[in-house]
Design a protein around this ligand. Structure first.
Ligand code: ADP
Ligand code: 5GP
Length: 199
């Protein structure tokens, strides 16, 4: 029987570097990244089906109604959601699946899959967050302000996550996440099924 993959949730304030760190993990065989649907307009470098599936609000609501989404949430005025079939298929085939999602979605997933590993990615400090968010150059100043305000609320939820990773250096942050996954694979509750083999 194929060993099931681990579901890894990565959340963190906008600009903390989730996308950048996840990009590093994606290069590793054994990890699959779930591609979300969103109503947010694409950034100049973003491609349909690679970064997101870009949807109209109507299309997004249709995905909700036809139960195509594992979870969904509104974030700073746009909708975001995780397509269900891809995630379930990859987990069944033994792949570790990464969900890069915000806090409300993370808690929905944790409720459905308590065995999922939830990681909160933070920048070294708030100054650095501001710098990264404006340095990315993809949002106007009003949107940046909105996202920073939301970051202050999100950080309060840090203790609800299983692990915290500081993204000081991308390479190191990615390595820390891999380490968390390696250890999580050895959690005793994942071995319940083999007890009978030893009786
Ligand atoms: P998020 O996906 O969390 O919103 P991004 O991955 O888009 O964040 O990163 C925000 C900005 O910060 C990008 O310009 C990215 O290149 C930069 N960045 C990410 N990680 C680091 C890091 N460890 N050190 C310096 N800059 C970083
Ligand atoms: P961005 O607009 O910067 O790409 O994403 C904004 C926020 O939405 C980030 O916190 C990101 O993790 C989150 N997000 C992206 N996809 C999903 C998703 O499918 N579900 C949820 N709940 N959040 C998502």
């Amino acid at each position: 029987m194929t060993e099931k993959g681990i579901l890894i949730i990565i959340s963190g304030p906008s600009g903390s570097g989730k996308g950048t760190v996840v990009e590093k993990l994606k290069g590793d065989s054994g990890y699959a990244l779930s591609i979300s649907a969103t109503t947010r307009p694409p950034r100049p470098y973003e491609q349909e089906g690679t970064h997101y599936f870009f949807k109209s609000e109507e299309e997004f609501k249709e995905m909700i109604n036809s139960q195509k989404l594992l979870e969904w949430a509104e974030f700073c005025g746009n909708f975001y959601g995780t397509p269900k079939d891809y995630v379930m298929g990859k987990l069944d085939s033994g792949c570790n699946v990464i969900l890069e999602i915000e806090v409300q979605g993370a808690f929905q997933v944790k409720k459905m899959f308590p065995e999922a590993v939830a990681v909160f990615l933070i920048p070294p400090d708030r100054q650095e967050l501001k710098k990264r968010l404006s340095g990315r150059g993809t949002e106007d100043s009003a949107t940046i302000e909105k996202r920073l305000k939301r970051a202050s609320e999100e950080i309060e939820l840090l203790p609800k996550y299983d692990y915290v990773v500081v993204n000081d250096e991308v390479e190191k942050a990615a390595e820390r996440i891999k380490e968390i996954v390696r250890v999580s694979k050895m959690a005793s509750f994942r071995y319940i099924d083999i007890i009978n083999n030893f009786k």
